[in-house]
Design a protein around this ligand. Structure first.
Ligand SMILES: Cc1cc2nc3c(=O)[nH]c(=O)nc-3n(C[C@H](O)[C@H](O)[C@H](O)COP(=O)(O)OP(=O)(O)OC[C@H]3O[C@@H](n4cnc5c(N)ncnc54)[C@H](O)[C@@H]3O)c2cc1C
Length: 182
């Protein structure tokens, strides 16, 4: 559907793996802590991808809002379109702040908590989906066409709500960590 990533099924048979290879299931907790640290890093990275999608959506939407004329006015003069652009800018700023916060945390040699990393991933994925969908809306029928490429941003954004843990699983992870049940 998007991100230009060919994804297929993988079949394994007669594979033997020791307990050190288990994720989230070993009794000594080795696998669990390893997986948690990976999740935390992976989730943080999604915010940077979301920021890129939002920046490009806003750039393209502003350009189209200035140049597409309907009913003798550029569509950017209509308040319903302005609201979409303003919300895109709010999302862009929020994502930029989240990415900078992550970079500063890492530069200080610290890790984000699971709740923080999951909250960042959840917000980033939802913001990217909302903004890219609104970008298609601003382009109208042209937005639905491959030629304008804005639909590609929307298809690319959808995976952010699914991989590295779905939106639903981020919610579970946030609540569990906050409640001390991680
Ligand atoms: C393009 C692409 C790239 C990927 N890359 C990777 C990769 O590099 N590495 C990797 O490990 N995986 C990768 N994945 C897999 C991806 O992480 C999983 O598809 C994703 O975690 C969801 O798991 P699932 O598909 O089994 O969905 P399911 O777990 O079957 O979920 C189906 C639905 O049920 C919901 N659901 C499931 N359990 C619960 C629950 N307890 N409470 C509430 N709702 C629930 C889900 O949120 C979802 O809406 C990739 C997938 C795709 C499509």
């Amino acid at each position: 559907m998007g991100i230009g990533a060919p994804t297929g099924e993988l079949f394994l048979s007669d594979v033997k793996a020791g307990p050190e290879r288990l994720m989230g299931e070993s009794e000594d907790g080795y696998g669990r802590s390893g997986a948690k640290s990976t999740f935390s890093t992976e989730r943080s990275g999604v915010a940077a991808m979301a920021l890129g999608l939002v920046e490009r959506s806003l750039e393209m939407s502003l350009d189209y809002a200035r140049t597409r004329v309907q009913f003798d006015q550029p569509i950017g003069s209509y308040q319903l379109i302005q609201l979409k652009l303003a919300k895109m800018e709010v999302a862009r700023l929020n994502l930029e702040n989240l990415v900078f916060r992550f970079i500063e945390t890492r530069a200080a040699g610290k890790d984000m908590s699971m709740a923080e990393a999951s909250a960042m991933k959840l917000y980033a994925a939802q913001a990217a989906m909302e903004v890219t969908t609104e970008a298609v809306q601003i382009f109208g029928g042209a937005g639905y066409m491959r030629a304008t490429r804005v639909e590609q941003l929307m298809r690319d954004a959808k995976i952010l709500q699914i991989y590295a843990g779905t939106d639903e699983m981020q919610i579970v992870a946030i609540a569990r960590d906050l409640l001390g049940r991680g």
